[in-house]
Design a protein around this ligand. Structure first.
Ligand SMILES: CC(C)(COP(=O)(O)OP(=O)(O)OC[C@H]1O[C@@H](n2cnc3c(N)ncnc32)[C@H](O)[C@@H]1OP(=O)(O)O)[C@@H](O)C(=O)NCCC(=O)NCCS
Length: 329
């Protein structure tokens, strides 16, 4: 652990590296966060094993009161802040600020080559935040819920059936979306300029994590369970990443399906959305919270499409996912 600046050591907090044994204490202070869509219960164990990640707890009188994780990505240039949370009774007292500064010092000590800090937020950013952060990109957040069995039925009524071609080149927008294999992902994202016009500010956002299209990041991404799609491998206009569904603490038998969508063509976005839904509703049972991140201008027509055509319920009005960055100094 690095030597703490005086202001931090005066905060009366102790900082420890998180372990398996801390899981229950962390869950106890995480009730209801992210509207019940917390990914941490699913990710915690694997986070502790990742070599490029640290998970830090803040304790007060020995009790866990806050958590932050930092993951080093982008060839070692970027520290990505994730999972930040403070126990409800300790909020509004500056704990998050102290923990963020502590982790910043720790990362500078452990990874001196890190240049910038990035985080993805969905709360309303104010002028004070923009003094600290540059905006890298933003996406609209469309959150809908449905019962998997109901949507399966609706998709078959709409004639959304059958296979998606696997990495076969397509040329017409009428062709179904193409599901990419690892070779095609490598080729498209790393060896061509084709994704430049599709990705927002050259950023691949996967389930809240923003990555630059670099080989080291691809190695991280390709270890995950993700369906990668494009409309056309030779000239993509829309690309999407669907993270395999996982359970969330909102209730028993609730799953979360995360779809990151890039590109501005509404028809193609609809097609890829339907393909992802079709793929996953075949195996899903029970309740699903499906969150799609998409170009802000497409939010309204896609919200209408979800409600009027798919008959699924809109959970909240328009909100934004913002990827922000500050220099590590
Ligand atoms: C958001 C949360 C962590 C803030 O904790 P807090 O201890 O009440 O916040 P503070 O009193 O330290 O005051 C805000 C400070 O945290 C920072 N902050 C607030 N929300 C933040 C967020 N979502 N991401 C990063 N920093 C945030 C502010 O910029 C400020 O920093 P400063 O001290 O450098 O000015 C807390 O309300 C919480 O746990 N909420 C539920 C979980 C959640 O929404 N986490 C955000 C994930 S993106």
């Amino acid at each position: 652990m690095p030597q703490l600046p005086e202001t931090l050591s005066q905060a009366g907090l102790q900082f420890t590296v998180a372990t398996e044994e801390d899981f229950d204490d962390i869950m106890a202070m995480s009730q209801d966060i992210y509207g019940g869509l917390d990914y941490l219960p699913t990710r915690y164990t694997s986070w502790l094993q990742e070599t490029n990640r640290i998970v830090i707890l803040a304790r007060k009188h020995g009790k866990v009161i806050a958590l932050e994780s930092v993951c080093v990505i982008d060839d070692g240039d970027t520290m990505l802040v994730e999972g930040l949370r403070v126990a409800p009774q300790e909020r509004g007292k500056g704990v998050a600020g102290v923990l963020l500064r502590f982790c910043n010092e720790l990362v500078k000590f452990k990874y001196p080559e890190v240049k910038v800090c990035r985080l993805t937020r969905d709360d309303q950013l104010g002028p004070k935040d923009f003094q600290k952060y540059r905006l890298i990109t933003k996406q609209g957040i469309l959150l809908v819920r449905f019962r998997a069995e109901d949507l399966k039925l609706r998709l078959s009524e709409l004639g959304v059936v059958g296979d998606i071609q696997s990495s076969l080149p397509t040329s017409s927008p009428k062709c179904p979306p193409v599901r990419l294999d690892h070779t095609a992902i490598h080729r498209l994202y790393l060896t061509t300029e084709l994704m430049q016009g599709v990705l927002p500010n050259s950023t691949i956002i996967q389930d809240w994590q923003p990555f630059k299209p670099l080989p080291s990041n691809m190695a991280i991404l390709l270890k995950k369970d993700i369906d990668w799609m494009v409309d056309d491998v030779s000239n993509p206009a829309v690309a999407s990443l669907c993270t395999f569904p996982f359970r969330v603490p909102i209730g028993d038998d609730w799953y979360y399906l995360n779809i990151d969508m890039f590109g501005k063509n509404l028809d193609l976005v609809q097609q890829q959305f339907l393909s992802h839904l079709q793929c996953h509703t075949t195996s899903l049972k029970g309740h699903v919270m499906c969150q799609m991140f998409l170009d802000p201008l497409l939010w309204k027509p896609m919200a209408e499409f979800c409600q009027k055509i798919l008959n699924v319920e809109l959970v909240k009005e328009y909100t934004e996912q913002c990827v922000v960055e500050s220099d590590v100094i």
